[in-house]
Design a protein around this ligand. Structure first.
Ligand code: GLN
Length: 483
């Protein structure tokens, strides 16, 4: 039963082949048995899951239907969950029980989804390896000595290991797409403003966006349907109607114009990944797509701009963790300054502290114009590049990451080496565009992802292309040995 996708679960529940309660019990037992190898969960919510599953079964018995009614999922541990620890992967929030549900959590619960638990993540979503969590590193089910990617690494590892069919993630600079690529999943970062950020603990507010991680595009469509929509509680949420994503999956790709940026194939890209990306282009051509080389000339400036803007916003967002209002408080503070200093010094891990320092520096008087303002100007140039490209093509295709997963600890002494892994993903966040990563093959037994980008609000187009690709390839069906 653990092999079923969300779409298959929906059919099985509708046909009364099994109940949500039965399925939930199977998955909870599987998590108890296998998760100690992976460390993909921070908290399990067995009681909540069983009561939600029973309630979903009653709703179905009363004639209700819906693709998420009774479907087991998990939430990245930065979505606030009423009365349940919401740690953000940090010692700072280890004792924090959220007083309300995030909009995404509330919407999915209302649709009948069953929450099995809260997944592990890089501390405050800062990272691309899931090694900075206070709760320890997450392991990649494809090879337990390798990282699963981050920061939504717990969600990715759990879904890839078939502990559950789908989970939520968030993507500030790639944290849905990059772990999806490194664990052989399909992951979608929606258009900025498509999914409410209310109750999502902020890292960099102008970049953060929640989205689905699942095995197939079909399942991402189902989960996104439950997450997307206008939310008056989030001032950057956009009041646009939500299309029927599942209905968009079967469009023909005949004449679809795919742009492949020449800048993507530079020296930093593993040539074996380049070959797999070219193979995926060939596959889409067979389905009728036409391919064109394009240029994104300002892409080289994306990493420096992102690593100014994201830390700047983080330094401001994380100032609320002061040891007074919520979260960790140091023992026996001498005075108020000592309370602030030690609560923050002891509560935040090294990567979070590094980013707060970088961000505070970039925003300080005298440096603001040279760093923060300059980075914002680059951000606009990157957006303009995309707008020009989308005048010529319908989607942009390239690698999700320059390398496959790396060994645990391999980049710990060099944070910049990890930042470079974000080269293909962060531009979509800087421009606010939707992006999807899907399985495209393997290098040394480790999964590789291909990334698709589309114009604003064209999530349906991304899901359509990915679904058609998945009907004609089987990379996404491969399962890691031992799971
Ligand atoms: N790896 C990027 C960072 O560390 C992106 C993280 C994310 O998307 N949350 O900031």
């Amino acid at each position: 039963m653990h092999q079923l996708t969300l779409a298959e679960i929906a059919r099985g529940l509708a046909d009364k082949k099994f109940s949500s309660e039965e399925l939930t019990k199977v998955l909870l037992a599987r998590i108890a048995q296998l998760d100690p190898q992976l460390n993909s969960f921070i908290s399990l919510t067995e009681d909540l899951a069983l009561s939600q599953a029973k309630a979903a079964d009653v709703r179905r018995a009363n004639g209700e239907s819906g693709a998420l009614l009774g479907a087991p999922i998990a939430h990245k541990d930065l979505f606030c969950t009423l009365g349940i620890r919401t740690s953000c992967g940090s010692k700072m929030l280890d004792n924090f029980k959220a007083p309300y549900d995030a909009t995404v959590v509330a919407k999915l619960a209302a649709a009948g989804a069953v929450t099995l638990g809260k997944t592990n993540m890089d501390e405050f979503a800062m990272g691309s390896a899931n090694e900075s969590s206070y709760y320890g590193a997450v392991k990649n089910p494809w090879n337990l000595e390798y990282v699963p990617g981050g920061s939504s690494g717990g969600s990715a590892a759990a879904v890839a290991a078939r502990l559950l069919p789908a989970a939520t993630g968030t993507d500030t600079g790639g944290s849905i797409r990059q772990p999806a690529a490194l664990t052989n999943l399909t992951g979608l970062k929606p258009t900025y403003g498509r999914v409410s950020r209310w109750g999502m603990i902020a890292y960099a507010s102008s970049l953060d966006q929640g989205g689905p991680l699942a095995r197939t595009a079909e399942d991402c469509a189902i989960l996104l349907q439950g997450m997307a929509g206008f939310d008056p509680k989030d001032s950057t949420s956009i009041d646009e109607p939500v299309p029927d994503y599942s209905a968009s999956l079967n469009g023909s790709l005949q004449g679809l114009r795919i742009g492949v940026p020449k800048e993507y194939f530079s020296a930093g890209l593993d040539p074996r990944i380049a070959e797999l990306i070219h193979n995926s282009v060939k596959e889409l051509k067979k389905l009728g797509a036409v391919v064109k080389e394009i240029s994104l000339p300002n892409m080289q400036h994306a990493i420096p701009a992102y690593y100014v803007i994201a830390p700047a916003e983080a330094s401001s967002n994380l100032s609320r963790f002061d040891g007074v209002r919520f979260g960790y408080r140091c023992e026996n503070p001498k005075d108020l300054t000592d309370l602030y200093k030690r609560s923050r010094g002891e509560g935040f891990g090294p990567e979070v502290q590094r980013r707060i320092m970088v961000g505070a520096y970039a925003l300080s008087a005298g440096y603001y114009d040279a760093y923060y303002l300059k980075a914002q100007k680059i951000r606009r140039l990157i957006k303009n590049d995309f707008m020009a490209a989308f005048n010529e093509v319908d989607i942009i295709l390239g690698p999700t990451t320059p390398n496959p997963a790396w060994k645990l600890g391999a980049k710990n002494s060099d944070p910049v080496a990890a930042y470079l892994e974000d080269v293909y993903t962060i531009t979509a966040n800087l421009a606010g565009l939707p992006g999807l990563s899907m399985p495209a093959g393997f290098v040394d037994g480790l999964p590789v992802g291909v990334q698709l980008l589309a114009p604003y609000f064209q999530e349906g187009r991304l899901l359509n292309v990915a679904h058609q690709y998945q009907l004609n390839t089987d990379w996404h069906t491969r399962t890691p040995t031992g799971f």
